[in-house]
Design a protein around this ligand. Sequence first.
Ligand code: NAD
Length: 481
Amino acid sequence: MTDENTHNPTDLYIGGRLQAAHSTARIPLVNPATEEPIGSIVDGDEVDVDVAVRAAGTAADGWAALAPAERAQYLLKLADALEERAEELSQLVTLQNGTPINVTRAHHSAVPREYRYFASLADRVIPEELITTAGGDALVRRLPIGVVAIIAPWNGPQALVGRKLAPALLAGCTVVIKPAAETSLDAYVLLEAVAAAGIPDGVVNLVTGGRETGAALVAHRGVRKVAFTGSTRAGVAIGEECARQFKRVTLELGGKSAGILLDDVDLEAFRPWIFGACLPQSGQVCRALTRILAPAARYEEIVSFIADALSSATIGDPTQTTTLFGPLVNATQYERVTSYIRIGLDEGAKLVIGGAERPEGLDRGYYVSPTLLRDVTNDMRVNQEEIFGPVLTIMPYETVDEAVAIANDSEYGLSGGVFSTDRERATAVARRIEAGSIGVNTSAMPMEAPFGGFKKSGIGREMGPNAADAYLEYQTIYRAR
Ligand code: NAD
């Protein structure tokens, strides 16, 4: 297929084949690096959602009847199919969301490993267990919840769908995926990989579109569980609708995480994490450590060190392997992030490096320079609200107790980081942070451990050995002797 076709799909992938969409509405796609059009996608309507949910419903019994080990075999085949298409996926995601190609390549080599990991959990999905009880026995059944709606954001589209899709399939659920409008083209590649893996028709379905399409999917009576990653604002709307219908729901939402540098921190060891933990993907990662807390006695040294590291970062064309900072995903994000920089300065923060002006030589594309704000207080909006862009704040603290209190003074609780030459001391601090996952001298999060948020960062957990539980319903049949 030519780019003209692949970048302008008029079909949706439903029931194992491409089918003409009911909706004729389109959403244009823009390359964030150049502001040039890429193509457009179907803005799916309620009829499209209904057709997809029905297809998933029709496939449900057959898929649920397979043994977990058989479903795991399909996941392994899907991992192979995705591995074959990893480079294509990387190029496509970079084109759509502007993430530097080195990063999308790393993502798409990790995604098949995640599917294989979930396949390895098959023997944890025990369909029936007999438990002896005081009065007789109990047959404890683990049943797939039913049709699952997967709704994903644009920043890591394949990984964020994969960590829902794989455990849902393993549990025996069938699925309708609604990717973010910005990153819908790569979802077609995923559906082709699903077909190449031989996964039966209708087990995985794709409807594209924006917020309204997502809302129609959440509201559909045939959907029994929603697995969502995205903003806290959308999470509230989805949670409300799920509560009304008593649907199961997992919400992976926003964050405003703190990175605590202890007084013995080795700054050279911390250097790679300035990009890897604090500003990955130009700060467009939910668990980015965008609030840096530095010991007061080393504040000036650390401010200079981070500013120096940021000044050396290559900003520009995300298709180049030398690029560290690509553009933001779209014009809305660009406006939002630059307006937050202005808000911070109006609130009294001081600019160390970066700012709301375009980086030199980049007149097109949604580029924002990596920005460091100092002399902030934790009540400022730039320290309380998720910016989702390359904006770091740095605050001094006098005691570790104070650092912990500042880190926890947030509505969010997604992640955190502690950096120190003393691993055990850092771990003791990490234990005190109110967040779902905290890195000690790293932000490379293992897929073998659960991930999710405290407070407004979400409900439920993904990843880890019990990931399939989020897609299972328990039934107990208790019997008299
Ligand atoms: P978003 O909430 O605007 O959109 C996410 C997805 O939800 C999209 O597919 C969108 O079309 C859909 N959607 C939006 N409103 C909806 C509604 N009312 N009903 C149903 N569907 C709806 O988020 P975004 O801008 O795409 O992504 C950025 C956000 O995602 C940030 O807040 C970030 O922190 C969060 N995020 C969280 C994690 C995590 O694991 N916790 C990971 C990545 C991103």
